[in-house]
Write a protein that binds this ligand. Structure first.
Ligand SMILES: [Mn+2]
Length: 432
């Protein structure tokens, strides 16, 4: 068994690096420490099934023949694998950008000064011309940005910046990345936030609180996070901020946590776009006034917004169901055969419970495998109706940290939403 792992309190650079290692070393399993940073936790609650990750406790230490350590050079920072220190027959590879003293003495290493470890791995990935997906590119960019403060820390190298360019070319999604970064606030951002707090109008539109602001700027800086913070502070369901460039032209940033307000469709009217929850538009029309743009946004908010995806558009079906007396061993076979992680338990077309892959790991005794699923299923199932907005499903799954959301009409389960469906929705990959 070959594994790639990183330090406890895992950050995005660590997570990105072990996923990159699985691309560079085929057959390698990415092992994530149990303790991860809070923003990684949030990221994984949505993305964990998009990446093949296992926990350190799931690894049979005896079976490990090669371990690739990334983003740390100290045994004590690893989850469990410090037990492999000094063990014969285990090949040790190290990728790191920390030049400090560590106690990991590898058989091979790539340790260099760089803003982030992921930069080093991506050098090799580009050299081998390996293909990466937009999803992987987004995670790698998160690692790079977090460790370099969006390329502003003095540790940032030219190669880090070139790597960021490469990741954007591979489809890294900034709208998503910005959501997961804890970013520093500079002077300009603080000023913008202050002006928004002082001047922005609050509108009540169709029962939703919408903040609309106009702010003059004379310097191009990262503003999306300020808009986001403003929305949080004033507790708005949606915010739109029109930035007026000193040299002419406008930049509009929108954020929405209300499923009814689709930022993407709204900003498309201005030639922009994004996602239902986040987007932007650049308006170069110098004959337009900021007040005019504001009026257009307000008018659009008063219109009925159609075209937002519904749960019914994104759900998967048919749903695999079993009856409550099905033995657990059979449930496991069904999951393996259909390559699914959750099975619905139904009786007479009525939802009784759900059993997920994780529940199978709780079975310790052989005889338990012959017990009926009703003994192990979760009876408290969170469900959603098919006509609910897709964004509501995404929000619910993050909030409850669940991977399966049965879609229920009356008593009957007519579909299911998994993390994959949510990812397809968030990244605009829903089949039209
Ligand atoms: Mn790092």
């Amino acid at each position: 068994m070959q594994i790639a792992t990183t330090h406890r309190n895992t950050d995005f650079d660590g997570l990105a690096s072990i996923i990159a290692a699985t691309l560079l070393y085929p057959g390698t399993v990415a092992v994530c420490p149990k303790n991860v940073n809070p923003n990684i936790h949030r990221f994984l609650s949505l993305h964990k099934t998009s990446f093949d990750l296992i926990l350190a406790s799931e690894v049979d230490l005896e079976a490990v023949t090669r371990i690739i350590v990334a983003d740390t050079n100290q045994w004590r920072r690893l989850d469990r694998f410090d037990q492999l220190k000094d063990r014969d027959g285990v090949e040790l590879l190290l990728w790191d950008h920390h030049l400090g003293i560590g106690d990991i003495t590898p058989h091979w290493q790539c340790v260099e000064k760089a803003g982030a470890t992921i930069t080093l791995l991506l050098r090799e990935i580009q050299k081998q011309a390996l293909v990466i997906t937009p999803l992987q590119a987004t995670l790698f960019l998160l690692g790079l940005y977090e460790d370099t403060g969006q390329l502003t820390f003095s540790s940032t190298t030219p190669e880090d910046a070139r790597t960021a360019a490469y990741l954007l070319e591979q489809g890294a999604d900034l709208n998503i990345a910005v959501d997961f970064l804890n970013m520093a606030y500079g002077e300009v951002q603080k000023k913008v936030l202050f002006r928004l707090m002082r001047d922005a109008e609050q509108h009540e539109i169709k029962g939703k609180r919408v903040g609309i602001g106009v702010v003059q700027i004379n310097k191009h800086v990262e503003l999306a996070m300020v808009v986001q913070l403003y929305a949080k502070i004033v507790n708005a369901d949606a915010v739109f901020v029109i930035f007026v460039n000193e040299g002419g032209g406008f930049f509009v940033i929108g954020r929405s946590s209300a499923p009814e307000i689709n930022v993407n469709t709204l900003l498309q009217r201005f030639g922009g776009g994004g996602h239902p929850g986040a987007g932007s538009a650049t308006i170069n029309d110098t004959h337009m006034a900021a007040g005019e743009i504001r009026q257009k946004i307000i008018a659009a908010l008063h219109e009925v917004q159609r075209g937002g995806a519904l749960v019914a558009d994104m759900m998967s079906f048919p749903v695999t169901t079993v009856n409550p007396n099905t033995p657990m061993i059979e449930v496991q076979h069904i999951m393996e055969e259909e390559k699914i992680r959750g099975v619905i338990v139904e009786e007479n077309d009525c939802l009784l419970g759900i059993v997920v892959l994780w529940d199978l790991k709780k079975l310790k005794l052989r005889k338990q495998w012959n017990s009926p699923v009703k003994a192990f299923m979760n009876r408290k199932v969170t469900t959603i109706p098919p006509d609910a907005p897709a964004a509501e499903a995404a929000e619910l799954m993050v909030q409850k940290n669940i991977g399966h959301l049965p879609v229920v009409q009356g008593q009957k389960v007519i579909g299911i939403i998994t993390r994959t469906d949510i990812i397809n929705y968030l990244y605009g990959m829903l089949p039209s």
